[in-house]
Design a binder for this molecule. Structure first.
Ligand code: ARG
Length: 464
């Protein structure tokens, strides 16, 4: 390579070291920003013309050439390749190849430092809604399974020990609630990316009178960045995107873990469809939840992107530094992993079957101890006393291998006279679930209205 072969060759006596040049080049991955780079350049050409820096004729030629370049790239993705340093250099080389000196005018007053920020902001603005759509897809699948589960009951756990009976629908909607927060977080990340950086120049601003407000509205941004030095280095929107992705992966990983456990032989509350399970090369009986395990595994990698990116940012001096180039691989891989994980999980959730006899069978017995205590509280016993009395009953029942339902009225009264003539409470898991009173509880009415609210939300997202 010689002469003008790089965007910055003029100052240098010789060609760069090949290996080092390849090491610091980003075109291998930032080619994903091709569309955004062209869009930004189209707007910049227009702004330069409006500012009287480019003639209308030159601006028109640049526009036509950029559109032709974009068409080439759309028709043939293999076109977006070459030994260029990055996507910005590639687009400019294409322009100069077509227009010569006219093409060389486009970079007037502009820096790649603001260009790369603009491109990534544009990219996230168009890609985050696709991630959000996959989140909605998973919430919808969970809501469908919740509706199908009807009044089926399962144990809820604390410390992974059986705690209290809940509706299976309540369990599924618990996961949906977390994914709705992820949707909000992705929206907020998109809001952070929504600031237009052009006009910042390399770091100090530009000396051409470009109308940045017009540029912002031309490019669909709601605001312009506040400070050119900050704009060169600000990747907070990347950190927010990675945080939203990391937390989405934490949630999808926790759902995966629940489903791995609950579809196993020891629990058996759900059955995974054969289409989303895998066999063993050795053990003929095995049906393994590989996709769910991989989702759980990938969460580590996406959390790593967030931790890695924060670490990259933390020591940077003001203004642009090449370290910032590391943002893109983190963003692209986080996006790919979150989308892949969400879609695989939707396939698992959509096709799994509830096993209500198994789950209800596990939701009786000692899980009803709190309900027995509540029953005593109803009869005026202070809760701490009731807790102690019922704890004594549980100890005896466990020793004898019995449960509450087997106690005779005399035995109930033997523990405490306040259990009354009829003996103990009619303690069943269904009565326990039905006794809940708060809107966030597992009572069938509360769960029905929660399900309706989730479905209404899913419907609203579809309409957006
Ligand atoms: N490829 C670079 C990046 O991703 C673009 C900006 C380069 N600017 C520079 N002054 N080297 O950050």
């Amino acid at each position: 390579m010689s002469g003008e072969s790089h965007l910055w060759s003029g100052r240098f006596a010789g060609a760069p070291d090949e290996e080092v040049f390849r090491f610091q080049a980003s075109f291998g991955f930032d080619r994903r920003l091709f569309e955004d780079d062209v869009e930004g350049s189209l707007a910049w050409a227009e702004a330069l013309a409006d500012a009287g820096v480019l003639s209308a004729a030159d601006a028109g030629s640049i526009r036509d050439a950029l559109i032709a370049i974009r068409e080439r790239g759309r028709d043939d993705p293999a076109f977006i390749a070459g030994s260029d340093e990055d996507v910005h250099a590639f687009v400019e080389r294409q322009l100069v190849e077509r227009l010569g000196d006219v093409g060389r005018r486009l970079h007037t007053g502009r820096s790649r430092n603001e260009q790369v920020s603009l491109d990534l902001r544009l990219y996230l603005r168009r890609r985050l809604p696709l991630l959000q759509r996959d989140v909605v897809g998973l919430v919808a699948a969970l809501a469908d399974r919740a509706a199908a589960a009807g009044q089926a009951i399962m144990p809820a756990y604390t410390h992974l020990r059986r705690a209290q009976p809940i509706l299976v629908a309540h369990f599924l909607l618990a996961h949906a609630a977390a994914f709705r927060r992820d949707h909000d977080r992705l929206e907020a990340a998109r809001g952070e990316a929504d600031a237009m950086p052009l006009g910042s120049g390399a770091v100090a601003g530009t000396s051409y009178a470009v109308d940045t407000a017009a540029l912002a509205s031309r490019l669909g941004f709601s605001r312009v960045v506040a400070n050119s030095v900050d704009a060169a280095a600000d990747r907070d929107f990347v950190a927010s995107m990675l945080h939203a992705c990391a937390l989405t992966m934490v949630h999808v990983s926790r759902l995966a873990e629940d489903l791995i456990l609950f579809s196993g032989e020891e629990f058996g509350y759900f059955e995974l469809d054969d289409r989303v399970a895998t066999g063993s090369s050795l053990m003929p009986q095995k049906k393994n939840p590989d996709p769910l395990e991989l989702v759980r595994g990938k969460s580590g990698r996406v959390i790593g992107h967030l931790a890695g990116w924060l670490t990259t940012m933390k020591g940077l001096p003001s203004g642009y530094n090449k370290d910032l180039q590391e943002d893109k691989e983190a963003v692209f891989d986080a996006e790919d992993q979150v989308r892949g994980s969400l879609r695989a999980t939707v396939a698992v959730v959509e096709s799994m079957e509830a096993r209500p006899r198994r789950s209800e069978g596990a939701a009786g017995g000692m899980l009803l101890a709190t309900d027995v205590a509540d029953w005593l509280v109803d009869r005026g016993v202070p809760f701490r006393r009731a807790h102690e009395i019922v704890g004594g009953i549980v100890r005896d029942l466990l020793a004898q291998g019995r449960d509450f339902e087997s106690l005779t009225p005399e035995e109930w009264r033997g523990y405490d006279a306040r259990f009354g003539a009829g003996g103990g409470a009619r303690v069943t898991s269904r009565a326990s679930v039905g006794a809940r009173r708060t809107p966030q509880s597992t009572s069938p009415e509360a769960v029905a209205s929660a399900l309706a609210a989730v479905r209404a939300w899913v419907g609203e997202q579809g309409d957006r």
